[in-house]
Design a protein around this ligand. Sequence first.
Ligand SMILES: [Zn+2]
Ligand SMILES: [Zn+2]
Length: 365
Amino acid sequence: MLIPKNMAAVVYRGADDLRLETLPVPRIASSDLLVKVAACGVCPTDIKKIHYGTVPPPRVFGHETAGIIVKVGALVRGFSVGERVALHHHVPCLKCHFCRHKAFAQCAGYKRTGITAGFEPAGGGYAEYVRVMPFVLPGVVKIPARNTFAEGAMLEPVNTVLKAVQRLALLRGDSVLVAGQGPIGLLFTKILSLQGFKVAATDLLEPRLKLSLQWGATRAFNAGSPALLDDIRSAFPRLDAAVIAVPSDAAVLGALELVRGSGQILLFAHTMKGIESKVDLSRICLEEKDLIGSYSADYTLQKEVARLVFSRRLDTRALITHVFPLAQTPAAVSLAAHPTPESLKILVRHDSRRGAESAEKDNFF
Ligand SMILES: [Zn+2]
Ligand SMILES: [Zn+2]
């Protein structure tokens, strides 16, 4: 495959400063892959880093990446040029103290980002080509012929949701509150309902509440209603767990009231450090409620995630409402940061207009 010398990349140059630049196509070592990016999801964790400037520039973000292998290092086995793949930028070592406790996201190896388009590795999906380093090769998943790049790019977010669901100690017939019906909340609603649980969905936006019912929620409640807690309580008198998929402290406090004694509240969206909240700790001690968190993906669930997404039992295509060409990544990030009632998952695609790329285009959705 013909690989150009330079490529387009959207570079983070500081807080809220993304610029379309020309970078050299990454050079790969003998144990790496070079992947031509076809699609990359816009993820809230990247949005926060970009908006608040929490990491030093320059970097190329984007980690929900799918594309085509265009070059295979001489020492790499099991991959060939032309294969369509989904990438994971973090892979745990599976051997350290954290990994033995299945706390993969806390593993020092896991925290190293293994995919880059240049500069300090940060995912690189907002560029035309990425270098995939040897320690994340076990995370590369081949995309079946009938599936699309967009579906490949959805593996990582789906994995994070399935991992979080597995932290809940649920029994058959249990009910779960899912606070927030954005793309992640809807994935929770769907996966919990596929597993046979009853879901109480809340959101402030009516279109999202309607959608949550299509995605498997038993009942949907407007989070802005003054009678919210009473309404949920009368429909779900014994709520076993709550997933907080929106960075709202009010949602956490409401959930702490609503879940039954010894139930669980799982924080999924509270990723900003340094913000404190008041909690009545007797809820934890006397009422034995667990406040737990979940962050990032679980590498050992990857096969299950791929089966779920590629079989379309969980059809992620319905979640993607906007696709932006690479050059418009700043607009994609800004829409994801300020969602409209209708916007859900936002993707960036590599928009090549060369004839040879037409099959790749057809395969997008
Ligand atoms: Zn992500
Ligand atoms: Zn480890």
